[in-house]
Write a new protein. Structure first.
Length: 246
């Protein structure tokens, strides 16, 4: 583990040195590629002024609301698709088709429906992961071996206990894959929408100021994404695999 961390640090330092060397060459003016020192100064200035904290808080609040809404609604739809064959035959292809549609494509309609405000951002954030979660839940439940369900029914499981003790644990590893994909949809969609809507948020921060400020904001976006992956999804998936298998 320590060796792995050392390799990551060495790679990061190497990239910084290459970055600095490129900036020191005459072919890369600071307006095009700011030096690491310029980015650090810009990041410190935005942190001191409170811009970073306000933008990070607003974006995280929005993505959490949209993602949780998508989890509840998409999970419910996925269970319904897996349970009712007629609904799946009609709505299943539509869900899978809309899952492939980039969520930012909903931006023009959301702008007409809700105007340029928080409701529009919530819609764009939630609609992408909604279809991804619904499709993943449907496929995960359908992938459960029929022998598991039959054996549980023989032992007396049924109704709510069947879902909670058999179907939910058996489908959870596959569902988590859909949740991770849904998170990436929500994160990207929100940042893209914030670029288009003026206000407080990391997406808006990307479009303000010079190149140094933009790169600083990009690094914050990258860091937050890595934190969610490393300390959010990875530990949960590890525990699920240990308890219920892959």
């Amino acid at each position: 583990m320590r060796k792995s961390h050392g390799q990551v640090v060495a790679l990061a330092l190497g990239l910084l040195l290459v970055w600095q060397a490129l900036c020191m060459s005459e072919g890369w003016p600071p307006e095009v590629l700011p030096a690491p020192s310029d980015v650090a100064v810009a990041a410190w200035r935005m942190t001191w002024s409170g811009e970073f904290f306000a933008s990070v808080w607003m974006t995280l609040r929005r993505v959490a609301a949209g993602y949780l809404l998508a989890l509840v609604a998409g999970g419910g739809l996925g269970i319904a698709l897996a349970r009712y064959g007629r609904l799946a035959s009609v709505a299943g292809p539509v869900v899978r088709g809309l899952e492939a549609l980039p969520a930012i494509c909903w931006y023009p309609l959301a702008l007409i429906w809700f105007g340029a405000g928080e409701w529009m951002l919530l819609w764009v954030t939630a609609v992408g992961p909604f279809f991804a979660v619904a499709s993943a839940t449907d496929e995960a439940i359908r992938a459960i071996p029929h022998a598991f369900v039959k054996a549980a029914a023989t032992l007396g499981a049924g109704g709510w206990s069947m879902y909670m003790r058999v179907m939910f644990p058996a489908s959870l590893p596959r569902v988590l894959v859909g949740l991770r994909v849904g998170w990436s949809y929500a994160w990207r969609s929100l940042l893209a929408a914030e670029l288009l809507v003026r206000g407080v948020g990391l997406g808006d921060l990307l479009d303000r100021g010079g190149a140094a400020e933009t790169v600083a904001a990009m690094l914050v976006v990258l860091g937050l994404g890595l934190v969610v992956e490393r300390f959010g999804f990875e530990p949960v998936e590890h525990r699920v695999r240990l308890r219920w298998g892959a």
